[in-house]
Structure formats: structure tokens, C-alpha cells
Design a protein around this ligand. Structure first.
Ligand code: NAP
Length: 310
């Protein structure tokens, strides 16, 4: 049996790994479907303290991983589908594999939200619809693309895509960007970016080979529909927490974010079970706040294990 299992290798999980490893707890970190978490799909991280020139997301996560394993954290790829967290021994199931631990830190993060419109599923991944400009932007060199959303992610994606694409059309459902002032200003000032306001994408239009050829949009004021021709659609409309396997086990809000106990950011209603990062935070959702929660969860878990042993 493990002392502690940490679910997730994003900023929260790996920081919890560094702290619990340095506390000699020999943590097991289980990584799921996106090793390194969401930051591995971010181009430049400009706001993580300690990097005055910025750092790319992949490098930052790679460094955190090395730091965690340097102190003895074990990392294994296993996607947990079922849990029993009620007893003193916490049980986690991944396919045929069963893990047992005395404490668990849930740092499963969040996944990109999709539009759920015709054509999206059919053309997702390789046929022109994607949620990651860093991963796929270079495939659209000298092409016209569309970005959907109005937050920091959408602006970041749009700005990144200007490096490759001839024209970037940002489609936002309102008449004002949600993004931070600095990102919004950069986006609106960029000569390659054109913003279409008050509009919803209602359909992704394929060409004869089944690849993306455009989007149909509807103006929410006039109900007028227009087709915009493009070869790539980058969806950046926020995230959904990866908490499905904790449904009915831990209290959650209506969007699936795990709710910690009152008075704590990281303690859950179950003793020995902690949360950290985007799976429990719909407010800040920053790399640094996720790392902070990972640290808090690790310290709480360490105290809990010390109490069990005393
Ligand atoms: P977000 O702030 O929640 O923004 C999501 C955007 O998508 C909003 O503009 C929203 O419109 C729109 N949207 C949501 N559902 C939609 C739908 N079904 N159809 C059309 N549009 C839809 O998410 P985010 O941009 O991913 O950012 C998440 C957090 O990460 C934020 O705290 C952000 O500051 C942070 N972040 C920071 C950086 C950076 O600092 N470099 C980069 C990326 C993200 P409404 O505005 O109308 O709600």
C-alpha cells in the first residue's frame, strides 16, 4: 500500500509530488490522459514567478516533473476510473489495476469545453477542429483560421496563430472580451486578427474530403447567418473539470468542480482526501494558484499521515 497517491501531473499534482517526496512520503503520482496537464499545450507562460523572460509550458512542466522525481516521487501512467475513498484505505481502480493508499490528492485538472455543434466531433483532431494552437497551429501556415471564445485562452490562441496564418477571425458571443486588459488590447490591436462580435458558431462546414472548410455563424442580435471560410477552427471556450469518477462521492458544484470543506481550500469532506488545482478551482485557474493548492494539499496530507502514525 502507498502512503499517498496523487492523481494528475499538472502544476497541482507535480507540486504536491515535490512536497510529499521531500517529506519522505515516497508518493506515487498517477498521470492520466494528458501528461503534464494543460500547460503542455500553452506556448509562452509569462506570469509564472521566477521566469522574467517567460517559459514555454512544456519546459515548465518537464522541470516540475524532474524536480518531483529527483526527490523520489514515482510517476506511472494509469487513468483512474473508479474510486472508493470512504475507508481508512483508499482504493483506486484503473482497468484491471487496483491501487491502495492511506491518503489521496486529487489534482485531475480540467479539459477543454467543446461547442457541441454539427461537424465538430467529425472534424475534431486532424480534420481542422482543435483546442490547441500550440500543438496544431503550424499546420495552418498561410491559411485562414477561426478562433472561438473571448477569454484569455482565445486571445492567446489567436495571437499565437498570427505567427503562421494569413488571417485569424476571432468569434465571440458577446460584444466585449472577457480576457485580461493586456491580452484584449494586444488582440484587438493585431493587424491579422479580425473580431466578429455577438456571434455563435452554429456549424462547422466540411469540404468534399470531410476536412474543415468554414464555419456558419449566427448573429445574436439580428439572427442573420453568415459563412466564414477557413481551414482551421480553434475552440477556446473554457474548460470542464475532470471529476467524473468522483460524482456522488465528493460534493461538487453544478459544473462538476469539487467543493472543499468550508474553511479550507484543499480538504474534502472525506478524511485523508485532498483536492488541488483546476478540478476544484473555477475562480483563479492559474498555474501558480494550482501549484499553491498542490503545496497546501501536500502539507495537509503530510499532517494527516503523521497523525495516523502517532
Ligand atoms: P474563460 O475565461 O472562462 O473564457 C471562456 C470564453 O469562452 C468566454 O469569453 C466565454 O464567453 C466563451 N464561451 C464559453 N462557453 C461558450 C460557448 N458555449 N459558446 C461560445 N463561447 C463560449 O476561459 P479561458 O479563456 O480558458 O481562461 C481560463 C482561465 O485561465 C482564466 O482565469 C484566464 O485568465 C486564465 N488564462 C490565462 C492566460 C494567461 O494569462 N496567459 C492564458 C489562458 C488562460 P463569455 O465571455 O460570454 O462568458
Amino acid at each position: 500500500m502507498e502512503n499517498i497517491i496523487i492523481l494528475g501531473t499538472g502544476c497541482a499534482g507535480l507540486t504536491a509530488g515535490i512536497y510529499t517526496a521531500r517529506a519522505n512520503l515516497n508518493p506515487l503520482i498517477l498521470e492520466g490522459k494528458q501528461p503534464g496537464g494543460q500547460l503542455t499545450t500553452t506556448s509562452e507562460v509569462e506570469n509564472f514567478p521566477g521566469f522574467p523572460e517567460g517559459v514555454d509550458g512544456y519546459t515548465l512542466m518537464d522541470q516540475l516533473r524532474k524536480q518531483a522525481t529527483r526527490f523520489g516521487a514515482k510517476i506511472e501512467n494509469s487513468f483512474i476510473e473508479k474510486v472508493d475513498l470512504n475507508g481508512e484505505i483508499k482504493i483506486l481502480i484503473a482497468g484491471e489495476k487496483k491501487f491502495e493508499a492511506r491518503a489521496v490528492i486529487i489534482a485531475t485538472g480540467a479539459a477543454p469545453r467543446l461547442l457541441n455543434i454539427p461537424g465538430e466531433k467529425e472534424m475534431y483532431g486532424g480534420k481542422g477542429v482543435t483546442t490547441c494552437a500550440t500543438c496544431d497551429g503550424a499546420f495552418y501556415r498561410n491559411m485562414d483560421v477561426v478562433v472561438v471564445g473571448g477569454g484569455d485562452s482565445a486571445c492567446e490562441e489567436a495571437l499565437f496563430l498570427t505567427r503562421f496564418c494569413s488571417k485569424v477571425t476571432l468569434i465571440h458571443r458577446r460584444d466585449k472580451l472577457r480576457a485580461s486588459k493586456i491580452m484584449a488590447e494586444r488582440t484587438l490591436a493585431h493587424e491579422k486578427i479580425n473580431v466578429v462580435w455577438d456571434s455563435f458558431v452554429t456549424e462547422i462546414i466540411p469540404d468534399e474530403s470531410g476536412k474543415t472548410n468554414g464555419v456558419r455563424i449566427e448573429n445574436s442580435n439580428t439572427n442573420e447567418t453568415t459563412d466564414i471560410s477557413c481551414k482551421g477552427v480553434f475552440i477556446a471556450i473554457g474548460h470542464v473539470p475532470n471529476t467524473q469518477c468522483f460524482c456522488g462521492i465528493l460534493p461538487m458544484d453544478s459544473n462538476g468542480y469539487i467543493l472543499p470543506e468550508s474553511g479550507s481550500q484543499v480538504k474534502t469532506s472525506l478524511p485523508g482526501v485532498y483536492v488541488a488545482g483546476d478540478c476544484a478551482d473555477h475562480i483563479y485557474r492559474q498555474a501558480i494558484t494550482a501549484a499553491g493548492m498542490g503545496c497546501q494539499a501536500a502539507i495537509e496530507a503530510e499532517r494527516w499521515l503523521a497523525e495516523l502514525n502517532s
